[in-house]
Design a protein around this ligand. Sequence first.
Ligand code: C2E
Ligand code: CA
Ligand code: CA
Length: 351
Amino acid sequence: GAARFVAVSDVSEPLDRLVADLQDAMREPIQCQGEHISLRCSIGVVQEHIASADAAALMRCSDLALIRAREAGGGRCRFYDEGMDVEIRRMHALRGDFARALADNELELFYQPKINLVDHKVSGVEALIRWRRADGYMAPGEFFPAIEHTDLMRELDWWVMSEALRHSSVWMAQGKLIPVSVNLSAMTLRHESFLPRIQALIMRHPIPDGHLELEVLETVSQKEAEEIVHKLESCREFGISIALDDFGTGASSLVHLQQLPFDTIKIDQRFVRKLLKAPGNEAIIRSMISFAHYTGRKLVVEGVESQPIWDRLLEIGCTSGQGYAISAPVSASGLMDWLAEREETVALKSA
Ligand code: C2E
Ligand code: CA
Ligand code: CA
């Protein structure tokens, strides 16, 4: 392959010794156009007595081990074992099931309300995908590994956007103006068809400006910045808002982030959930609040799980949030019940 090599050896020395020697040899700096370059390599090893001995099977098994070595962060080595096969087969089966579920309408959008932490007014909802299965709903964390980096991920994103806009139109017809946020994966945003498709979608479901928000991950924006910046700017011209999701987890520099076209910062729940336990998190949140303030962006915190966290967030100046202490993600009809119940409580309080 392009930068892939196969070594076959009748090993007499211990295997881990051989692997270490190979890695050392790769790391040896080489001279290239006057510069010293040092390379890293990932290694996948298969031993003949573990897999069946034909060449194709050995190649496939070493490839699986190589994939695992790369996933472990690169520069590592992994030995093939049968568990890897079982896992790959499980992923294949899940992918097939998911493709069928998408075609058979077994997916459902749940919505998590986002509120003003001071006056409790609902400012929008985030659409979160769920897969309806015989044994209950499956959350994305369980099936994304099977569809990530495949066309199914893009298909899912378009299904979600169109379904969220459909729900939103129904709510509008009932007199409820609820802005909807949708998570967008990097591969959908990068695809050349992104802009024409989103424009067509907006024409089909006309909505007020700022009513649809796309949540993109901070890491998306660092790579291929120019092309993505242009796409995000065009979205804003169509009246779509942009939020940078999981802010603070992608290790982008603030100088870089500041230049990106987005309206809202979403502070990742991992800083918020442990707000009261790890003082470092409060310092990080405070610095994000200043960043949002000075660059004129809105700020939303995720993971408001308890009243003490809620109270502390208010003390340090966060006024918009979502999390289990407000509401877990609920079905579309559940959302309507939740809203009605709140209206009642607010009415009772003011009576
Ligand atoms: P995210 O965008 O960070 O979404 C928030 C996740 O945190 C959701 O998990 C939500 O259920 C969970 N959550 C909400 N409040 C709390 C809380 O107070 N405490 C804790 N511990 N968790 C809370 P979910 O629905 O499992 O989604 C996981 C991730 O999957 C999302 O993270 C998002 O990145 C992705 N995702 C979800 N739906 C979609 C989708 O329709 N399209 C795409 N592309 N990605 C999606
Ligand atoms: Ca999100
Ligand atoms: Ca998030």
